[in-house]
Design a protein around this ligand. Structure first.
Ligand code: NDP
Length: 328
């Protein structure tokens, strides 16, 4: 038997989540079985815990787009019983049962070994959000961002992607400007390493002029929508924006002028289908560049039964930092 948070859908279309004990025979197909220790809460989990957001295909469903734990059984030569592993992406927790359970069965191709220097708890304190923040930083670096180039803007800074981005960028020696809609988060963001707080309202208006003062050397954007459009017009010559999320909307009411006159780059960041080599590179960088003491400050512990409420909260932008789920 294993314990799982199961989301069921009624004929009315309403969903309901509850913690249940399930037989092992209910586990989905896969060649590696993992004793899950920790999972997390990401924006997508908020959708899968509530309406499904078009991500979940079949009910009953076990959400949880990421987890870390210990291999219990493996039919794949790359993993053996006792190995510590991490999983993010590959639509686990969306179309495949995920990490909100004490046991998960997955495809070995989706796993990476737990990076040296991190515990399973720390890996899930980082989770998909932090992993994606690191992919964004690596992409900005690949396009020339280096400490000393100028201020790096992080939008949605109080959230999971934003919090990890702020602390890693600051540790790497960048000057970080953090955009938040929650003024009360200023001390938290400054502790993570932000040197400037930008109130969300300052970037909320839609583009009036396609080019504004050249302000940012780089940007990690979790928000999208009109805010991303504004930021594009404020980038320094040749600067890059890593587009990670859509917390503020999926539309992009922008002009192409920043690309044509300032050589600005808009870099797409996908964490879900990332090839294995990139994943290992990103986790190795996380183990090296994320200050562990800052990570602790970001973490809000939770259990499986807390998740339905927390799922609704993250969709309203009310979660601070990272929610760490002890599934046991
Ligand atoms: P969080 O909810 O933790 O963070 C999002 C933050 O955005 C909020 O905390 C809030 O920060 C800000 N925000 C929320 N609503 C608005 C709004 N209407 N306008 C402006 N700012 C807003 O989510 P995550 O950090 O987990 O994820 C962030 C985004 O990245 C999501 O859209 C998610 O789907 C996406 N994502 C994409 C991935 C990929 O592979 N590309 C992987 C992981 C996440 P504050 O209160 O400080 O302003």
């Amino acid at each position: 038997m294993f314990k799982a948070l199961v989301v069921e859908k009624a004929e009315s279309g309403d969903t309901h989540a509850s913690v249940q004990n399930l037989e092992d025979s209910r586990l989905p197909e896969g060649n590696v079985t993992v004793a899950v220790e920790y999972s997390t809460l990401n924006y997508k989990d908020g959708l899968c815990l509530t309406s499904g957001g078009g991500l979940v295909r079949n009910y009953p469903h076990v959400p949880g787009i990421d987890f870390a734990g210990t291999v219990e059984a493996s039919e794949d030569p790359r993993y053996r019983e006792g190995d510590k592993v991490v999983l993010t992406g590959w639509r686990v927790g969306e179309v495949h049962w995920g990490g909100y359970a004490t046991r998960a069965r997955v495809n070995a191709d989706w796993l990476v070994p737990l990076p040296e220097g991190l515990t399973t708890r720390q890996a899930m304190s980082v989770g998909t959000a932090g992993f994606t923040a690191m992919l964004a930083i690596m992409s900005l670096e690949d396009h020339g961002l280096a400490p000393g180039n100028g201020e790096v803007l992080v939008t949605g800074a109080g959230g999971g992607v934003g919090s990890v981005a702020v602390s890693v960028l600051s540790r790497l020696g960048h000057q970080v400007a953090a955009v938040t809609g929650r003024p009360a988060l200023e001390p938290y963001l400054r502790d993570l390493g932000a040197h400037r707080i930008v109130p969300r309202e300052e970037l909320a208006e839609t583009v009036k002029r396609p080019l504004e003062a050249e302000t940012w050397a780089g940007c990690i954007d979790s928000v999208g929508g009109p805010m991303l459009a504004r930021v594009l017009g404020q980038m320094q010559y040749g600067g890059s924006v890593a587009s990670v999320g859509l917390a503020g909307g999926a539309n992009l009411p922008a002009t192409v002028i920043p690309f044509l006159l300032r050589g600005v780059n808009l870099l797409g960041i996908d964490s879900v289908m990332r090839p294995y080599a990139d994943r290992v590179r990103a986790w190795t960088r996380i183990a090296r560049d994320l200050p562990v003491e800052k990570l602790e400050a970001m973490v809000q512990p939770a259990t499986l039964s807390d998740l339905p409420d927390l799922g609704a909260a993250i969709l309203k932008g009310q979660v601070q930092g990272r929610v760490l789920v002890d599934v046991n």
